[in-house]
Design a binder for this molecule. Structure first.
Ligand SMILES: C[S@@+](CC[C@H](N)C(=O)[O-])C[C@H]1O[C@@H](n2cnc3c(N)ncnc32)[C@H](O)[C@@H]1O
Length: 398
């Protein structure tokens, strides 16, 4: 039996992924625990290490017996430990830790000593890489051994850890909500360290992928993480203010945005101006019917902004996730078709910008996402643009 640890709110996504990736090898057990998914499994254990929406995956065996001493005569835990070690290169684990009720009891002390003797792993109650869990079950004891040295949600590509970076399992579920397709033209607004972009690529290569952020150090983090994910050159990055994007109208099918929550990143005051501006500028660059995926913790503000942006965006799905102290919502918004004859052409927007900034505007645009040819070629090569060369103010579009 396998047990996946799940963030509350994401279980439907883990169910979908297990069905999609493991197919008939997984036989799901129906229960109403929102933080775990259990299934019988007949496939390769290594396939479980590729799950992206689960926090962690464990081998699970139930051993009969009322007292912890029942565990002493049983070799199941040792067998689990060896099965997990075989999944990884030698040396991947040097220590183990144990989470169990009454773990200082004589029986569990003896179990730990036995584990150390048999496996050669040191007991490290704080940082042991091999995580073993023992918990009471109706008919005895559940023994769980985590399949990976770190949780699956700790991605190996995360070499730059931006404070406030999105949990990767939430990002994977968010990407899922957009139903990724090969023809997607994807823009990650406020890409931070690139979590949503990298999780988007995990579901297949889109036709176009661009990321922008106002902060050059965030973009440097994205570049590093993309490189660690083997995606150098696959994503164009631009330093840009999301409220004044230098992309043509209707350029993207999928927009992804993990908005600043206003505590660790940004402020509530800034967000009051930022959130409506993001909805407006995203509406401009979104193709009719495009998806805008928003992750936010400023729920009241965002709901207020949505109410005034309902001519551009309708809510297709909203999911709340419970992650430690945070309960962000993930919204999938759909761009409403533009009212005929009412859409403001991009040229008009640039024209206003020229007036507003005194800079020259839109010359030399050559398609793509509405960039100048050299910029477009640079982005397509995975290059980085400096802060917006062309600034056009978001105005009344429709
Ligand atoms: C919550 S973080 C995104 C984190 C990202 N999802 C990750 O996993 O690393 C929000 C990002 O918005 C960016 N940002 C804030 N205001 C912006 C603006 N006006 N234009 C573009 N980016 C902005 C910040 O620099 C920050 O990187």
């Amino acid at each position: 039996m396998i047990e996946c640890e799940v963030l509350a709110g994401l279980k439907p996504f883990v169910v979908d992924e297990v069905r999609r990736v493991l197919g008939r090898q997984a036989e799901l057990v129906a229960d109403d625990d929102p933080t775990a998914l259990r299934f019988g499994y007949s496939g390769q254990l290594s396939a479980l290490l590729r799950l992206r929406t689960a926090v962690a995956a464990y081998l699970l065996v139930t051993v009969p017996g009322r007292r912890p001493s029942a565990l002493l005569g049983d070799t199941t835990l040792f067998d689990q430990v060896e099965a997990v070690r075989r999944l990884h290169p030698p040396g991947a684990f040097s220590s183990f830790r144990l989470s169990a009720p009454g773990k200082e009891s004589a029986a569990l002390r003896r179990l730990r000593e036995e584990l150390t003797r048999r496996s050669g792993l040191a007991y490290d109650p704080e940082d042991g890489e091999l995580l073993l869990r023992i918990r009471r079950a109706p008919a005895g004891w559940d023994l769980l051994t985590r399949l990976s040295p770190r949780p699956l949600s700790t991605r190996p590509w995360r070499v730059h850890n931006l404070p406030g970076a999105l949990n990767a399992t939430i990002a994977a579920a968010a990407v899922d909500m957009t139903r990724p397709r090969g023809g997607d033209r994807v823009l990650n607004l406020m890409c931070g360290s690139g979590t949503l972009l990298i999780e988007r690529f995990a579901r297949g290569r889109p036709a176009l992928a661009l990321g922008c952020d106002i902060d050059p150090s965030a973009l440097a983090g994205t570049r590093g993480n993309l490189a660690a994910a083997g995606l150098t050159g696959s994503v164009g990055l631009a330093q840009m203010d999301v409220t004044a994007l230098c992309f043509a109208d209707a350029s993207f099918d999928v927009l992804l945005a993990d908005l600043p929550y206003g505590h660790r990143m940004g402020s509530h005051q800034d967000n009051a101006a930022l959130y409506p501006a993001v909805l407006q500028e995203a509406a401009r660059v979104a193709a009719p019917g495009a998806a805008l995926l928003v992750v936010t913790h400023e729920l009241r503000l965002f709901e207020r902004c949505l109410a005034t942006a309902d001519r551009w965006w309708s809510v297709a799905r909203a999911v709340q996730v419970y992650q430690k102290g945070h309960h962000p919502m993930v919204y999938l918004l759909r761009r409403t078709p533009m009212a005929a004859g009412k859409a403001l052409r991009h040229d008009d927007a640039s024209h206003r910008a020229v007036q507003a900034t005194g800079r020259s505007g839109n010359g030399g645009r050559t398609g793509g996402a509405g960039l100048r040819g050299a910029d477009r070629r640079s982005l397509a090569r995975g290059g980085v643009l400096p802060p917006s060369r062309e600034v056009h103010r978001p105005g009344e579009r429709e």
